[in-house]
Design a protein around this ligand. Sequence first.
Ligand SMILES: [Zn+2]
Length: 454
Amino acid sequence: MTQARRWFAPVFVAALFALVTLPASSPASAATVETSGDAVSMPDAASITFALRVQAAGGLREAVLNYRVLGPAGNVGGSVRPEVHTTPTQELRATLATNDGQRFIPVGSTFVYTWALTDADGEVHTTEERTFVFLDGRYQWQAMTEDLVTVYWYHSDSSARDVLLGSIAAVRLNEDLLRTTLTYPVAVVLYRNSGDAAGAQNGRGGTYDEETITGGARVATALVHIYHPLGSYAEVARHEIGHIMTKVAGVGAFPTMPSWLDEGVAVYSQADPGAGYRSGVDQAIRANDTFRLRSLQGPVNESSLVNKFYGLSWATVDFLIETYGRESFADMFALLKSGESIDVALTRTYGFDQDGLYNEWRESVGLARLEFAALATPIPQAEATRAPLGIPTSSAGGAASDGTASTPAPVDGAPVATAEGSSNTMTAVIIGVVTLLLAGGLGGVGLKMMRRKA
Ligand SMILES: [Zn+2]
């Protein structure tokens, strides 16, 4: 790893805020309405308040704060309508809940907004567009940027550098591995720990699942959160950037990527899969208790299975790449991106489908090949040879009937030691998924979290 030539001069994000909080005395349009004090406050991870001072003879009939959240996959937006008055001077305040169960706009999102003010004569005056980055006001954020990656951080300069370098490494690895190019900026929001991140995680408003710790999540197409170091912040970053890159390389019009592939690439993006995943694989092989790949289309939602699920996903991806090379792996991703199913993409590239791959891998680790009935349509989900209970089967059936093109947004955590373990065993725990977000966009749909049942 080379040291960066120029160190990412930390930019105080406060300076960025100043752009929007400067008392700008800008006439909205006609002389009848004047505005000043255009400001944005972000007290925490869950809300943003837009403020504006308005002078208008006769007051206002209506005020609308219109916002857009920028994203490479398209912008989403909405509006907030604060109370208005007929007094000639008034202070408008429009508060947007960003994580209230109905809407999830993650910290780190870039906003563009304007105010549309309707005066007493019915004329609409629109303020100039302003842009800002939504950052959790409980902390003093700084930013460092290199290439297309920006890390927002507040507690440790060296951790932030590690995360930045790890993120860039994961981008480059996957650009090569998946034969793709990241063309848009990616942001990484680095919290110190889950406690600091309270309110920032989707669906984590009130109760917290005490059996899991979430290391990080890909919360939007180009945005990653890190909530907890688990093994190391940089490894969480590499893993989540891996998820960003599989979307760059593999997403067609509909989600076609099974969990084993998405997570396998994400773990492969880490500097090392770590002891937990390795032991998950080893134990499964020793006990001849492996998952049939076809049963790993959706997220594993059981903390006791996390290491096994991630380990086997990683082992399968590692086997494909190490045995057949990166070129073929990239070919397969290209087919996925063109909209082919995973079985078609595999068969055209390697000559075997998921069951065939599963058997090739089993053979490579000394396990016997298994007989699978020829596939009928629809693909039988329940015939996993040894799939344990609690593994949700494919969401393909449901996804097909869901008209919206939603992408799973992975949330990666690790099981907290439960029965015999002490909290110190966390050091041995690697990034793992316990819960998964079933996606929506940033906007109205919101992301739904599958919670582990206690
Ligand atoms: Zn993941």
